[in-house]
Ligand binder design. Structure first.
Ligand code: ATP
Ligand code: MG
Length: 347
């Protein structure tokens, strides 16, 4: 039986660009799927198809038990969406924006007001509640948009890069809100560039690249595939890099394979995937010290999204993309900084 969000073979082409090249997804009810991928991978396009804003060329999707292509209006009644680009009315105040959404969803004026106050507090917007949204900073707009998506708690929620542009405190605040929402039974599909975010929130992660799901699993499973943790060392003198490399390769997960150690000559930083954690870190420090290699910095870190990408696709997330992707990226950045209500209601 398909989950609360189900997609099969979604294909969408824009001119020469195959934005979706056969996307399959299945999100069980009450769980969170993190859709992870670099710029231009097809995340927003997937969300737009699933939220009825865009018709795919082929494929099938079922959300909250309803066929997305056959009954889009019915699907809309069961979902909430927070898009990548804030969709607030900039002439209304924060408070007015939220009460308006409540009333659109048939809440009583009183309930809509109460819910707005709650959300304005929650998203640290209480002080700015009665200013027009056009006076808000980028991060404030972002938060207002997220608050608007949470006025009602629909059974299925979509959030496209919800925390991009938020400072650490507000990001943490949003994570708390999301966790409450899911504890209340909501099914959530969330796109993100941050493995850490997917880590915190997602039960399951789908990595997309070039319109395809290229890996699927829990965050731990994905990290395992990328070789677990890494030790990073910055050596003080450039001419000791080769010696340090020898020592690190002896401790790496693929012992002795020097190619396993990534070296950045410019920053004098060496990185090696390891399995062994803090104990191994102590050994490496001892060995480097024993060889008289002075270090500026050393640490153990978990794989980043970039590590996952390099290991899955053989190229870094930011590199090797087409011109279209570069444009999309530049556009996304510009739009995140301004107030464009791009694409959410077009197509
Ligand atoms: N309306 C459109 N017209 C033409 N090309 C489009 C359109 N929408 C998306 N694309 C292209 O489809 C591909 C996937 O875009 P999409 O917005 O889904 O990527 P994304 O994964 O959300 O990227 P980002 O991380 O930058 O938000 C990109 O190459 C993009 O340029
Ligand atoms: Mg996007």
């Amino acid at each position: 039986m398909p989950g609360a969000i189900y997609a099969e073979g979604l294909v969408k082409t824009f001119g020469d660009v195959k934005a979706l090249d056969g996307v399959d997804l299945d999100v069980p009810e009450g769980t969170v799927l993190g859709l992870l991928g670099p710029n231009g991978a097809g995340k927003t396009t997937t969300v737009r198809v699933l939220t009825t804003l865009l018709r795919p060329d082929s494929g099938r999707a079922v959300v909250a038990g309803v066929d997305v292509l056959k009954h889009p209006n019915e699907v809309r009644r069961s979902i909430g969406l927070s898009g990548q680009f804030a969709a607030v009315d900039e002439y209304l105040t924060g408070r007015e924006n939220l009460t308006m959404v409540g009333q659109l969803y048939q809440m009583s004026a009183r309930d809509a007001k109460r819910r707005s106050v709650e959300l304005l507090e929650r998203f640290n917007l209480a002080d700015a509640a009665d200013r027009p949204a056009k006076t808000y900073s980028g991060g404030m707009r972002r938060r207002l948009d997220l608050a608007a998506a949470l006025v009602v708690s629909p059974p299925v929620m979509f959030m496209d890069e919800p925390t991009t542009g938020l400072d650490p405190r507000n990001r943490q605040g949003l994570w708390d809100v999301i966790q409450e929402l899911v504890a209340g039974g909501t099914t959530l599909l969330l796109t993100t560039q941050y493995l850490e975010e997917a880590d915190r929130l997602a039960d399951d992660i789908a990595v997309v690249d070039h319109g395809k799901v290229i890996a699927r699993g829990t965050s731990d499973q994905l990290k395992q595939r990328t070789g677990g943790e890494r030790i990073e060392v910055v050596v003080h003198e450039r001419d000791r890099i080769a010696d340090a490399r020898g020592i690190l390769s002896g401790h790496g997960a693929a012992r002795g394979a020097a190619a396993d150690v990534a070296v950045d000559q410019h920053t004098r930083k060496l990185t090696v995937p390891v399995s062994g954690g803090a104990k191994l870190l102590a050994e490496v420090i001892r060995d480097l010290d024993g060889a008289g290699i002075e270090i500026d910095d050393i640490g153990l870190r978990r794989p980043t999204l970039d590590d996952v990408f390099i290991s899955l696709t053989g190229h870094a997330a930011e590199r090797g993309d087409t011109d279209t992707d570069t444009d999309a990226k530049a556009g996304a950045k510009a739009d995140a900084d301004t107030d464009t209500t791009l694409s959410e209601d077009q197509s």
